[in-house]
Design a protein around this ligand. Sequence first.
Ligand SMILES: [Zn+2]
Length: 277
Amino acid sequence: MQKDQLFTRRRLLLAGGAALGAAGTAGIVLASSSEEAAGGVAPAAGAQARPALKSSSFRLQPLTGYGPPPSGQAKLKVRKEPITEISRRGRHMMLTFDDGPNPNYTPHILDTLAKYDVRAMFFLCGECIVVNRELVARMAEEGHVVGNHTWTHPLLTTLNRREIRDEMTSTSEAIEDTYGERPQWFRAPYGAWNRAAFQLGAEMGMEPMAWTVDSTDWTVPGTRTIVDTIENGAAPGVVVLSHDAGGDRSQSVQALREYLPYLLDNGYHLTVPRRRT
Ligand SMILES: [Zn+2]
């Protein structure tokens, strides 16, 4: 058995096996609750999401000029806004951690998630993946879902199409090499989306995922503020943005130890998307 097949197999077992197959193209299927299968994906409601930089720029780009969709995918679905919520049914929330992996912080995040038997999403940067391969392998082993967060974390709105493609393609390849599967989710650095990023992501089989509640941990506001922001923002369907790299993330690590048991005590099911087939 190939190493990557082994990864896939282990992750399927972790996920409960029967997860595959239910997802349509329009919805996220949540991994923690087979009984509540399909969760609809709410389009960007704007709610508490940090506004994307130059959010209108992609609307000015004509659909033509990017060439035909890849062969065999005549109806390539290209979103115009990122997903910002998961299904509001079933009191689900999703935790996401960006910019890693990082050897100083990611292991502590993983330890806390393991302690409470919770899965999360990690949006990884290629340049961090290649020097922390074992951490990505651990994410696979422990059932977490990883997404593509580009190689160098650039502001995509300043790059041309070829540069964006290179950032995304190389990162997906690094993820496949370390995690065992290509990512099905993509998040633009700084939440700065543009038309090319949506189009290229779709061509690579990835959905654009943003967030509902920004923990503001990237401003290093103090552990208490991070905890309060997440606990006050808690609601069914909420996707939380935090970081396990990109600076001193010890507050993010400590905050998780406080808000995670709070969310569980309040009846939230922390979940991740199931693999689309
Ligand atoms: Zn980031």
